[in-house]
Design a protein around this ligand. Structure first.
Ligand code: NAP
Length: 280
């Protein structure tokens, strides 16, 4: 039977995942399919429970269903349970639904691809802006990569405190007012907020205090060059866009559903860049 996978969210029209997985299916000459599904939150539990019966191998889960998926899957990985978020699900041989979160690993792989893996040895202190789902995945990935100290600043302070509870000895919550002082110690700055996206203001953060040689990464990938990244480049700092994270988080799902570990190539990146430029 032809393997079928999906991305489920609401709304879902702008998801680039079908383009990414479609590229890999064509590259490997596979007959599988990867479909875009718009499912309302109230219909999501029944959708997830019915995966095996409907013939799906699995799929990606995106906003606003990632937290619900973490509660609903039969077998979340330890990592997904800890984060409280699932972005990749698959049907196991006994029909049970398993789920993992690949956002954090995707973020690290994107940085490795852009900078080489030595960036992590130099990072020392990382500063994460935001405390939503992406921030939780990024902060935990940084801890697991061995980054000494991860500081989190968020508009809603309680959410940053909650994130810090994931690893209290390594992650600290920071008041937004204390950001200027913290920037001077941060060798890695990561934006995980929505700021910088179309219709959102730019991040109100000056990069002047960042040390020479710091890295600035953005999870936002529409636009690819956010005002934050432009400011980093203008200061001569290394800047990494959010597209690498998007491409690399997709790899484990494809491997689960279609049985081949795909590669993130310059041709794939160029294809998605062209699509983002044509319809941001
Ligand atoms: P989320 O859970 O809704 O979190 C949104 C974050 O943005 C929160 O920290 C929120 O602060 C902050 N925020 C929103 N509006 C703000 C404002 N006006 N001023 C200050 N802070 C504001 O969303 P998410 O899933 O973490 O996604 C966050 C971003 O990461 C999105 O742009 C998303 O596209 C991107 N992302 C990218 C990838 C990738 O593969 N590249 C993967 C996942 C997410 P409060 O807590 O105060 O509301």
């Amino acid at each position: 039977m032809t393997a079928r996978a999906f991305v489920v969210g609401h709304p879902i029209a702008h998801s680039r995942s079908p383009l990414i997985h479609g590229h890999w299916l064509a590259e490997h000459g596979m007959a599988g399919s990867y479909e875009r599904l718009d499912v309302l939150p109230e219909a999501f539990p029944a959708f997830l429970r019915g995966l095996a019966e409907a013939g799906w191998r699995g799929g990606n889960v995106t906003i606003p269903h990632k937290e619900a998926a973490a509660r609903l899957v039969d077998r979340p990985t330890d990592h997904a349970r800890r984060l409280g978020s699932v972005n990749t699900v698959w049907v196991e041989s006994d029909g049970r639904i398993a789920g993992d979160s690949t956002d954090g690993a995707g973020f690290l792989a994107g940085l490795d691809a852009a900078l080489g893996s030595s960036w992590s040895a130099e990072a020392g202190t990382a500063l994460v802006l935001g405390a939503g789902g992406a921030a939780r995945a990024v902060a935990m990935a940084l801890v697991e990569r061995g980054i000494e100290r991860v500081l989190v600043a968020n508009r809603t302070a309680e959410r940053a405190a909650d994130l810090a509870r994931l690893a209290p000895d390594r992650i600290g919550a920071l008041a937004v007012a204390d950001l200027p002082g913290a920037l001077a110690q941060a060798n890695l700055l990561v934006n995980t907020t929505r700021l910088g996206m179309p219709g959102e203001p730019a991040l109100p953060v000056s990069l002047e205090a960042l040390p020479e040689g710091a890295v600035v990464a953005d999870c936002v990938y529409v636009p690819l060059e956010t005002p934050l990244l432009a400011a980093a480049r203008a200061r001569g700092l290394r800047a990494v866009d959010g597209l690498g994270m998007l491409l690399h988080q997709a790899v484990p799902g494809f491997a689960r559903w279609f049985g081949v570990r795909p590669r993130v190539t310059p041709a794939l990146r160029a294809r998605i860049v062209a699509d983002l430029q044509a319809s941001p």
